[in-house]
Design a binder for this molecule. Sequence first.
Ligand code: PRT
Ligand code: ZN
Length: 218
Amino acid sequence: MSDRIRLAIQKKGRLTESCRQIFNNSGLSFDEGERELIYTVPEMPIDLLFVRDDDIPALVSQGVCDFGIVGLNVFEETKFGETDNFNAEIFAKLGISKCRLSIAVPKNVRFNTLDDLNNLKIATTYPQIVQNFLRGKGLSAQIVRLNGSVEIAPSLKLSDVIVDIVSSGATLKENNLTEVMPILNSEAVLISNRQISDDKRSIANNLMARIGRALTMN
Ligand code: PRT
Ligand code: ZN
């Protein structure tokens, strides 16, 4: 078997450090060198491609990479946005980088039931997930898409409420926002192209077996 798998990893961010720890704890080298786009893992038939996390689902869907490690939030957002030709699926949940995508409201906004969202402006980096959630609940609201600093949208009058990633809750607190409801529980997931060969699938299974202990230690 001469196949190698190409695995997309976040170049610089929260998932990069977690991935490095898991690889190193499993006896696998990991180096997202500044010069090289692709890193050849010497201990296993795996090549790492370092990219922005938002690009990972599409790279896997298009078959540029066989696998990728990405937050479920980013995977779902891309999947809902590309319903027709989306060709990636979850291979394994990794149980790390846990967080939730939640609705949060400022003190001046009354929120007792989900119906209170009707006709409000919601700022978020995840418009597809929010739209899908609203549709499922029979609600309609205006979505304002922001790429960052979503938590300041209500104070700038850009929106009434927000839907954003929450971990400890400190960011919401600093911005006088109250978390009222999670709409997605997220964690890092290993995703794969739907048409990978059995040989490549078997390499990924070997990788999961090898990193399994490091994942439970995390
Ligand atoms: O540059 P690139 O596009 O690759 O990275 P990025 O800036 O888009 O992503 P990054 O590195 O911030 O996060 C990568 C993934 O980590 C996310 O997609 C999530 O799946 C996961 N993750 C886990 C988080 C958090 N925890 C988290 N706390 N992602 C973001 N946050 C941010 C959140 O947006 C908010 O601003 O942290 C703040 C809230 O944290 P608390 O602890 O104050 O609640
Ligand atoms: Zn990103």
